[in-house]
Design a protein around this ligand. Structure first.
Ligand code: HEC
Length: 119
């Protein structure tokens, strides 16, 4: 094996586990599809809940936001988006662990930010 190939495979071996847990990973998206998130949300437009792009636009992506959104995904409820949703609550998702919910929150924050239209 040439040293270039050896170096390349080392880089790939180190990068793969990071990619698997990266925000916006396809694996997390699959979990969100399985959990029914896309029944009420889409990336770029409102369905029942706000577009994921609006959420990414509105919040600063930091650990406190991820933790708060993780808890909100599990417990559900209303809040900031009432003007757009008419106060329809998000259903609770008690089947999710906090780690799963926080990964989903990170996936949402990794979407392209979109300024919400005027409610
Ligand atoms: C029954 C419809 C419904 C389902 C299913 C649903 N949501 Fe929501 N979601 C909403 C509504 C409505 C809101 C707006 C709540 C508000 O005004 O705070 C919302 C808000 C959010 C927010 C922003 C919360 C905030 O405080 O700004 C995130 C993040 C989110 N949803 C993620 C998810 C994820 C991840 C799933 C799947 C596990 C999911 N949602 C499933 C309806 C839904």
């Amino acid at each position: 094996m040439s040293s270039v190939v050896r170096r390349l495979s080392l880089v790939l071996a180190l990068a793969a586990p990071v990619a698997a847990f990266a925000a916006g990973s396809p694996q997390v998206k699959q979990e969100m599809i399985a959990a029914g998130c896309f029944a009420c949300h889409a990336v770029s437009h409102k369905v029942v809940g706000p577009a994921y792009g609006w959420i990414a636009y509105h919040y600063h992506n930091n650990p406190a936001t991820i933790a708060r959104l993780g808890h909100k995904i599990i417990s559900g409820g209303t809040g900031y988006w009432n003007a757009w949703t008419g106060g329809v609550p998000m259903v609770p998702h008690p089947q999710l662990t906090l780690a799963q919910a926080e990964q989903m929150a990170s996936w949402v924050m990794a979407q392209k930010p979109i300024a919400p239209p005027k409610p």
